[in-house]
Design a protein around this ligand. Structure first.
Ligand code: GLC
Length: 570
């Protein structure tokens, strides 16, 4: 196949995304350029030199489309325009062009499981006689119940950010489905016109020069038969989990790929898939099927919870975490492809969650977590600020929280009798607000994020932890990320080598090999705040190895310091 060349000279050779490192930008919190306290597109453009210095290949841009901002832009009212908060279409065109000049590709967030309730499609759909009524899921009240009264919802499904997935519309006497919040009604993908409208919109963005899509909750577009049949829904314990991986998922993804030319144009495609198993991912990422390049699994970020609820906290022993990543490595070793991440705009900060963010161990634990992740096989994703070790914020009272998910959880849990103290403990561990504090660029007021008042409080540790300090320190987390990215670009074993987990039950050490042809790399990492001895059993011999990369460059011997990691060539 010939490599497509865009008008600005950008090329996307076959499989280019297998050697790429992606950097996620949450625009609201990245860089403000106009002093309104909210990050914007010109702010991103002004930081491209920084991203080029880090060495990343791709930006994934969280939503900048027109939106009432009920869920910070994941509720879109116009897919083909930019929200004035973030700038204009001309600003976005300028960002794409400037990113390409820096050798960086740009991937848009595609949010098509739902729209905003302000989207013209939904506004029209509210009229029962409109041609767009069937573009969303409208259902009558539960049989025998008075519409609009408590308990009359078509079923018991809860929404992710609201008590019920069904919202009553008094004008028509019916309910519509919104599995996230009432402001985010679900599109009915069974309707052919909906699918064609989405594909047309995607082609419009491809023509504008974007290099791919990160697809928001894409496995929720194919709804279960009980919902699509149009029959009254059986009452019972419905839930968001039931909505995922419906029977027509693969069919819709194949159709989208063909209609938009996703593979034909070598675009990067990554599908966010809550509830997807290795089996689902094997199908979806098998290149022969032409669905998606890779998916975001939730399995590893759901391990530190005791039930289906993320707020139900549980300890996470290391064997569980490394075992899960290893299962995905093995499961997708033949045909599929993994995405690799700990952090994004929905997760607490990895260094606080899986590492040790105390002053003593923050730098080495951030480096070691990164070493382990980036030495797995797949496409690594870095979330803004992760590359210099940003931590969770000190959020201690409900007044510190801004996110719709956190506020909804607080309201529902306290109403159900859970103590304030326990709710605050869960929020402090898991709230999405931790990821959304402004990027700490330097030690000037508001960390150089804005000249105005930031929409979300800057983490007070910005005087010590900031990009500028990290850039000038050869031993920083930032410098370590640069080395990891360089190593991936230069070394084919890092990109394509076979993975094997070692010492699966060890509670401190995360160890594995990557092998391609004659080359074997051994990664051995102490994921604890105590020293750890490298055992002689269960690992290859360490003498005559070459240290390719380590947290403690002069390290020798068999004792690893707290959070020390080594990448060795055997
Ligand atoms: C995805 C997004 C999240 C959003 C939700 C609804 O999980 O990552 O931020 O709230 O979808 O769009």
């Amino acid at each position: 196949m010939t490599t497509p060349v865009e008008s600005d000279g950008t090329t996307r050779p076959d499989g280019w995304w297998r050697s790429a490192v992606v950097y996620q930008i949450y625009p609201r919190s990245f860089q403000d350029s106009n002093g309104d306290g909210v990050g914007d597109i010109p702010g991103i453009t002004s930081r491209l030199d920084y991203l080029a210095e880090l060495g990343v290949d791709v930006i994934w841009l969280s939503p900048v489309y027109r939106s009432p901002q009920v869920d910070n832009g994941y509720d879109i009212s116009d897919y083909q325009d930019i929200d004035p908060l973030f700038g204009t279409l001309a600003d976005l065109d300028a960002l794409i062009a400037a990113a390409h000049q820096h050798g960086i590709k740009l991937v848009m967030d595609l949010v098509v499981n739902h729209t905003s309730d302000q989207h013209p499609w939904f506004v029209e759909s509210r009229d029962p006689s409109s041609a767009k009524r069937d573009w969303y899921f409208w259902r009558p009240a539960r049989p025998g119940c008075e519409p609009g009264t408590p308990g009359a919802e078509p079923d018991d499904s809860q929404a992710a950010f609201a008590p019920s997935a069904w919202t009553y519309d008094p004008a028509s006497g019916q309910y519509y489905l919104g599995v996230f919040s009432p402001g985010q009604p679900d599109l009915n993908w069974e309707n052919e016109e909906v699918r064609q409208a989405v594909y047309a919109m995607m082609r419009w963005w491809v023509d504008r020069g974007v290099d791919g899509f990160r697809m928001d909750v894409i496995n929720l577009i194919a709804k279960p038969e009980e919902l699509t049949s149009g029959r009254p829904i059986e009452p019972g314990q419905g839930s968001l989990r039931r909505m995922a991986n419906g029977p027509r998922l693969d069919e819709f993804l194949v159709e989208m790929n063909r209609e938009v030319g996703l593979d034909a144009k070598n675009l990067l495609t990554v599908g966010e898939m809550p509830g997807a198993t290795i089996k689902v991912a094997q199908r979806v990422t098998d290149p022969a099927r032409h669905e998606l390049n890779m998916v975001f699994t939730f399995e590893h970020v759901n391990l530190d919870q005791a039930s289906w609820s993320k707020w139900d906290l549980a300890d996470l022993p290391l064997p569980k975490l490394k075992g899960n990543l290893a299962a995905w490595q093995n499961g997708l070793a033949e045909n599929g492809w993994n995405s690799l991440y700990y952090d994004n705009h929905d997760q607490p900060r990895a260094v606080s969650r899986f590492g040790d963010d105390s002053p003593e161990h923050r730098v080495n634990s951030a480096k070691t977590l990164a070493t382990v992740l980036h030495l797995h096989k797949g496409t690594p994703y870095i979330y803004q600020g992760e590359e210099f070790g940003m931590t969770n914020a000190p959020l201690t009272q409900i007044g510190h929280y801004l996110d719709v998910e956190s506020l909804n959880y607080h309201a529902l849990a306290t109403a159900a009798g859970v103590s304030e103290e326990q709710v605050l403990r869960s929020l402090a561990a898991k709230s999405r607000d931790h990821a959304r504090t402004p990027v700490q660029w330097d030690d000037t007021p508001y960390a150089g994020f804005t000249t105005g008042v930031p929409w979300s409080a800057v983490n007070p540790n910005y005087r010590e932890i900031n990009a500028e300090a990290a850039r000038h320190d050869p031993d920083s987390v930032f410098a370590h990320f640069q080395k990891l990215i360089r190593l991936r670009h230069q070394n084919e074993t890092v990109r394509e080598g076979r993975f094997q987990l070692l010492l699966p039950d060890h509670h401190q050490l995360w160890a594995f090999t990557r092998t391609l042809g004659d080359e074997t790399l051994l990664v051995v990492a102490n994921c604890s705040s105590q020293p750890a001895e490298i055992p002689s059993d269960g690992l290859p011999r360490l003498d005559n190895t070459e240290l390719l990369l380590g947290t403690h460059p002069d390290a020798v011997g068999t004792i690893l310091a707290p959070w020390e990691s080594r990448v060795l060539r055997l």
